[in-house]
Design a protein around this ligand. Structure first.
Ligand code: MRU
Length: 354
């Protein structure tokens, strides 16, 4: 299934409520731009490509309600400000808005739905292509290893739940697994929201891919002991010089990979490249999320009930930067829908426009 889909006849979309996974599988209907923006901000839907596509559907729902210039521009602003770091969000909304502003208001609603549906389909095709290119890397790594399991480490969730389908970082794993490669995934739990522990494990289990969840701090140790053949992560924004912004903790994995000669790959749909920025550490806006995500944990108790527990003494301050930037020099290569691209300014420039 897909992570977002139109509910025909009601001019709404349905999404999987990712806050409930892996404990409950629930879907939610979103029937306005405001609901779409709320779903993005509260992480009902998350993952860079998926929030972009959900926002494009949000704009379509706005066009149903009022397709005037002012109403569309206001809704676009609201959708874009739901989360600041993943550039796919603004990329999708700006493209949809430009497309709609160029046509008469009376025709905008249907055009907006067609646009969002095409964007969703493009995302699936993009990720399938990333999977194809990345699969080649996995087969090559397995060949070099000559036998045994290929161990891939990933951080956060960049699987199908983070996109419309396939995922980015996990697409090569799904393809290699389907082709019969013996591939095992080390899954970083990804504190504080635990997208690895809750979402990546759920996806891999559903797909029958062998995997092991690890504490975020375990990756370096495993690399030192030859237990990681390569790392593949997703990304939320990549700059013109190839700096990679992704979930907090990615940078530490890249440092450990570099120190241990473990290849560090980043799966990047072209929509995640932000050529306006150069120095990622200085320029990428990093989302700060609620301190409660650090001070508390949510999970399932022995009665199957979802509960939240407190980890720290009352009144403890917590900081929660949600993303970090990995400098290009630590990235072995970018796995894109157009092929494997070095994370350098020259290579990215040579690939041409979006
Ligand atoms: O905060 P999230 O869960 O939206 O963060 C997701 C990530 O960091 C992913 O790695 C990234 O969006 C790529 S998803 C294909």
């Amino acid at each position: 299934m897909r992570t977002v889909w139109p509910v025909y006849g009601r001019r709404a979309v349905a999404v999987i409520d990712q806050r409930m996974l892996p404990h409950r599988f629930e879907t939610i209907e979103l029937a306005s731009a405001g609901r779409a923006a709320d779903a993005i901000a509260s992480m009902v839907v998350r993952g860079a490509p998926l929030i972009g596509v959900t926002a494009a559907f949000g704009l379509a729902m706005q066009a149903d309600a009022d397709a005037g210039d002012q109403a569309l521009a206001t809704a676009a602003g609201q959708l874009k400000s739901a989360r600041p770091t993943a550039v796919n969000l603004a990329w999708a909304v700006d493209r949809a808005l430009d497309h709609l502003m160029a046509i008469p208001a009376a025709r905008r609603a249907d055009a907006a739905w067609s646009f969002a549906i095409a964007l969703a389909d493009d995302d699936v095709a993009t990720n399938e292509a990333i999977g194809r290119h990345g699969e080649g890397l996995l087969h090559a790594a397995a060949h070099q290893k000559s036998g045994g399991w290929l161990n891939v480490l990933t951080h956060c969730n960049a699987g199908w739940l983070a996109t419309v389908d396939w995922g980015t970082a996990l697409a090569p794993v799904y393809k290699a697994h389907a082709a019969g490669l013996k591939v095992h995934v080390w899954v970083d739990e990804t504190r504080p929201r635990n997208q690895g522990a809750g979402l990546t494990t759920w996806e891999l289990r559903e797909a029958g891919v062998p995997h092991t969840v690890i504490a975020d701090n375990a990756g370096g140790h495993l690399m030192q002991h030859g237990e990681v053949d390569l790392v593949i992560v997703g990304c939320d924004r990549v700059t013109a010089q190839g700096d990679v912004c992704n979930k907090i903790g990615t940078y530490l994995k890249a440092l450990a990979a570099n120190d241990n000669d473990v290849p560090f790959y980043v799966a990047m749909p072209w929509s995640t490249l932000d050529r306006r920025l150069v120095d990622g550490v200085r320029e990428v806006p990093i989302e700060t999320r609620s301190a409660r995500e650090v001070t508390h944990l949510t999970g399932r108790d022995s009665n199957g009930k979802m509960v939240e527990v407190q980890l720290v003494p009352d009144g403890t301050q917590a900081a929660n930067p949600a993303f970090d930037v990995t400098p290009a020099r630590l990235v072995t290569a970018l796995i894109t829908e157009r092929g494997i691209v070095p994370a350098t300014a020259d290579a990215l420039a040579a690939m041409g426009p979006h």
